[in-house]
Design a protein around this ligand. Structure first.
Ligand code: FAD
Length: 406
């Protein structure tokens, strides 16, 4: 079978990419190892994705936002960052950002379901589910993708969106910078007695990191706990009642009694940044290009931005009858996406390291950083602009922003 573009992986990034390409005239194949039924009704994986204003605009334009049910959308009005037993912390108020709210919270499975509904409705997208890619080869003349079901796909361009542990990236000889934080993150929906008031928490307590993500219901949040793997195994062994009580104690009962209200989902914390995003007739998008530590909540936001950057360039090339796999086009995508993501990727790793290290000196640096953060409004403005700005990526000094401009 022959296509213009073969996309490997129908996760949020691959699905959004296929949807963004709809109407470009390009014939797209989307290969996914999960079944079509799993893609249509994805299981709850516990992740609540913080959506920035720019991402929400893209999701609206792509028709995904309209697929979400009201009860699937949580309001992220304000956020606070706490350190140790400090009650004050660093506060991020929506008014300071000049916006009605800092962002939204939507379940990853809801995003996947909405993206699948939109991508599968596009007449120029062919879904090849329940099979997986076994080999990829690209030459100056074209690309070939072999599938486990024995089929071979021919294309002008291959785009891999097959997760941060991308096998295709490796098969194409592209290395990646990988940082294993040696910690496990538990995400768990919980009911709690005291209302969340639409405020998210990031709490760097001693020996553990906690977060609270407010969901649609005022008494339901996604509780996030980060621990070394051995300690996490003990937590996961508790029954629901004991886990509810243990989480309430970890949150120092600031939310009153807590009760388990969703599946327990645990993730190893590994950050990944591909050494290159492109090769001959080949590009990486989503986590396969940039796999963020979740602490700054930007993995999907960057995935959405990157797929849009590449798809927009492909739309333009297709409109003028140009080469959709030219080295110039692919390098342009890589350049822009690197500029948009690299600073926050590095800052996130620094932050994750700083806030999960309990040595005395690091604790002091943390205190100073949070204290300074509260007072230094330009710093807070930069963080909040990253959430509420009407363009993707984090705000950069003006000369770099000019380079970033579309
Ligand atoms: C706990 C947690 C919280 C998070 N919170 C946030 C947040 O608040 N905000 C945010 O922006 N991001 C967040 N993220 C990040 C976000 O979830 C990811 O960035 C996003 O899901 C990545 O999407 P993806 O499509 O690139 O990859 P994936 O979701 O990993 O999808 C890859 C797809 O490729 C398929 N595949 C793999 N190999 C093959 C193959 N060989 N052949 C065929 N198919 C294949 C897989 O089956 C899968 O469907 C969080 C992540 C975690 C773990």
């Amino acid at each position: 079978m022959s296509f213009d573009i073969v996309v490997i992986g129908a996760g949020p990034a691959g699905l959004c990419f296929a949807r963004t390409l709809a109407g470009s005239g390009l014939r797209v194949a989307l290969v996914e190892r999960q079944s079509e039924a799993q893609l249509a009704t994805p299981p709850d994986d516990g992740r609540e994705i913080a959506i920035t204003h720019y991402s929400q605009r893209l999701l609206r334009e792509l028709g995904l936002w309209g697929e979400l049910r009201a009860e699937e959308i949580g309001t992220l009005r304000d956020a606070k960052v706490l350190d140790g037993n400090d009650q004050r912390g660093l506060l991020f108020h929506h008014e300071e950002a000049g916006a009605a709210q800092l962002g939204w919270l939507v379940g990853n499975h809801a995003i996947r379901r909405a993206a699948f509904a939109q991508a599968s409705a596009a007449s120029d997208v062919t879904l090849l589910a329940d099979t997986q890619v076994t080999a990829v080869q690209t030459t100056a003349a074209g690309a070939e993708v072999s599938l486990a079901n024995g089929e071979t796909l021919h294309a002008k361009l291959v785009v891999a969106a097959d997760s941060r542990f991308s096998e295709t990236r490796r098969a194409m000889g592209i290395g990646a910078e990988t940082r294993d934080f040696g910690k496990t993150m538990l995400v768990l929906r919980m009911h709690h007695d005291i209302a969340h008031e639409q405020v998210a928490w990031e709490w760097f307590a001693h020996g553990q990191t906690l977060a609270l993500l407010p969901l649609h219901d005022a008494h339901t949040s996604s509780a996030v706990l980060t621990l070394p793997p051995a300690e996490m195994r003990e937590v996961l062994a508790l029954d629901d009642a004991a886990l509810g009580a243990a989480m309430a104690a970890r949150f120092q009962h600031r939310l009153g009694a807590m009760e388990v209200a969703g599946p327990r989902c645990a993730y190893p914390l590994v950050g990944v940044y591909a050494n290159r995003f492109v090769a001959q007739r080949f590009a990486l998008i989503g986590d396969a290009a940039v796999g963020m530590h979740p602490v700054t909540a930007h993995g999907f936001n960057f995935g959405l931005l990157g797929q849009y950057t590449l798809a927009s360039a492909l739309h333009r090339a297709a409109n003028r009858g140009g080469d959709i796999a030219s080295a110039w086009l692919l390098r342009g995508y890589e350049h822009r996406h690197r500029l948009a993501t690299r600073p926050l990727y590095l800052a996130t790793n620094l932050l994750a390291g700083l806030y999960t290290d309990d040595r005395r000196a690091t604790r002091l640096v943390r205190k100073l950083a949070l204290g300074a953060g509260v007072r230094v409004t330009p710093f807070k403005r930069m963080v909040m602009a990253g959430l509420t700005a009407d363009r993707g990526g984090i705000p950069l000094p003006s000369p770099l922003r000019l380079l970033q401009a579309r």
